[in-house]
Write a protein that binds this ligand. Structure first.
Ligand code: GLN
Length: 509
């Protein structure tokens, strides 16, 4: 009997070990990157491609694991491997002593360096010229450290090198410092800009979390093999060619500025605008979809996150408001009231973007769906504000209403739900509407967790076409239409509630 039980136990253990083994064999190898760094990583339509992607995919193939890419801000790439969100950080990352303290680096796969990009109107001759000038950099990069440590000044930090260059062309900074590859890409086809010689020598490597010798060995073996059999060189050639083609400027925009005479100027401007519209929204990319799809898909994500978090916030808000006001008026639910107060204090006392990042990196670290993470973070945040608005509504209702409900034989909760809340909601609908509008626009920070919403979609188009006005103005116009439609709907709801039994005091019918 005992022997049977032991053998059963052993076979169960065997099945368990096999399952764990299978699960870890099939565990996805995720690469964290920031896809505005051509040719190492950039977007081909929705897909992240580039030299680093090929290298990391080859590591996954070597390990026989499924492969995924997570696109995020550059300064989140190393934290992503430290927190376990990703296993490889490959983003043209320079090996530096500071970074080595936090992660392990593979063998370098390329030697390169940083350069200054300058407008030809202020020719650059020597690094001393940079001192004391406004210098644009991509935040968190070695260019950022160069300005801080070598020039001993604060740089102007941007999310991408392309953004820094656009700012320089708009006269917002004197120089931009960046790695040579993206710098070349920025200068390509841009007659007003030129590049300096190298300011430093750096090498790129892939980073993994500390204490993973097998993974590191697999990365090193992959790099060595790709160097030896010529794959690395081929990726460099292919992706440099492809990313060069990405950088397009509307053909007639240069022509437009050359025309003279008002009518000719106007017609040239009109043609330039049409070209810009074509380039930014209609032209088909390599994957067959047009750039406008970034906005269409982004709008879908914005609506999904905003509507779901408004609903979640409403439920939370109702609940917390009832608890808080019942406690204040009748002394009910003391424990839940204390919890609600802590919730309100923490949520209202910390910035939304920090809450979003904490949810993404710490609390829901193992959740893959970024949409779900965003909905929970925004819903929980909005719940706190809606709770206070709702509480104001509940407090504004005459205590006689509760007494009347109870006298009619309804329970406390029934009176709350059927008599008090409908009137409270009607009273605070304008304030709630305001909160919904703020929430809808606030979702534009989901780009921080690399979710491509409407705002981020516009940003991607801007970074690929270097056209600033059209993508941003279009995104602004879409948000405006969204908010106006929403305000109109709320107005209708208000009118409807005014004309129905929800307003027992002022009901005209
Ligand atoms: N090589 C630079 C760094 O590691 C910049 C990398 C990047 O912007 N992707 O800081």
């Amino acid at each position: 009997m005992k022997a049977m039980r032991t053998s059963k136990l052993l076979s169960l253990c065997g099945v368990w070990t096999l399952m764990v083994g299978l699960a870890s064999a099939a565990q996805t190898l995720t690469m964290a990157t920031e896809a505005t760094f051509p040719p190492y990583e950039f977007l081909r339509g929705q897909e992240v491609v580039g030299i680093d992607v090929e290298l990391s995919r080859a590591v996954a193939q070597r390990l026989n694991r499924p492969f995924a890419v997570e696109n995020m801000d550059f300064d989140s790439v190393i934290p992503a491997v430290i927190s376990g969100k990703a296993q490889l950080a490959a983003s043209g990352i320079t090996v530096t002593p500071d970074r080595k303290k936090n992660v392990d680096f593979s063998e370098p796969y390329v030697t390169t360096g940083i350069v200054a990009i300058y407008p030809k109107t202020t020719p650059y001759t020597a690094p001393e010229q940079l001192k004391g000038k406004k210098i644009g950099v991509q935040g968190g990069t070695t260019s950022d450290t160069y300005v801080l440590e070598q020039l001993k000044q604060e740089p102007e930090r941007f999310k991408t090198t392309a953004e820094a260059c656009a700012a320089m062309l708009a006269g917002r900074c004197a120089f931009v410092i960046a790695d040579i590859a993206p710098a070349k890409n920025c200068v390509k086809g841009e007659a007003r800009l030129a590049l300096s010689g190298f300011l430093s020598s750096e090498s790129y490597a892939i980073a993994v979390a500390k204490g993973q010798p097998e993974l590191l060995a697999a990365v090193n073996a992959t790099i060595a093999a790709a160097k030896a059999d010529g794959r690395l060189a081929k990726w460099v050639d292919d992706y440099t060619a492809e990313s060069d083609k990405l950088k397009e400027v509307a053909a007639s925009s240069a022509e437009a500025s050359a025309k003279s005479g008002v009518a000719a100027w106007l017609s040239a401007q009109w043609r330039a605008l049409c070209d810009d519209v074509y380039l930014c929204f209609l032209k088909k990319a390599a994957d067959g979809s047009s750039r406008g799809m970034y906005l269409v898909r982004g709008l879908g994500i914005t609506l999904e996150v905003a509507l779901a978090s408004i609903l979640l916030g409403l439920m939370l808000g109702f609940f917390v408001a009832v608890i808080r006001s019942s406690h204040d008026k009748y002394g009910y639910f003391p424990v839940m009231n204390a919890v609600a107060k802590v919730y309100l204090t923490i949520i209202r006392g910390t910035p939304m973007v920090v809450q979003l990042l904490i949810t993404y990196y710490i609390i829901l670290r193992s959740v893959d769906s970024k949409v779900l993470i965003a909905i929970l973070a925004f819903g929980i945040n909005s719940g706190a504000y809606q709770a206070e608005i709702m509480r104001a509504g509940i407090v504004s209702i005459d205590p006689g209403q509760m007494e009347a409900g109870r006298a009619l034989g309804l329970s406390y909760w029934q009176t709350m739900l059927k008599i008090i809340l409908p009137q409270a909601v009607r009273n605070v609908l304008p304030a709630l509407g305001n909160e919904f509008i703020v929430l809808m626009k606030d979702t534009s920070i989901v780009g921080y967790i690399a979710l491509i919403d409407l705002a981020k979609g516009g940003d991607i188009i801007r970074s690929q076409t270097y056209s600033v006005y059209l993508p941003y103005l279009t995104v602004a116009a879409i948000y405006l239409v969204l908010v106006m439609s929403f305000t109109w709907l709320l107005g209708r709801l208000e009118r409807y509630l005014r004309n129905t039994g929800a307003d027992p005091v002022h009901n005209d019918s």
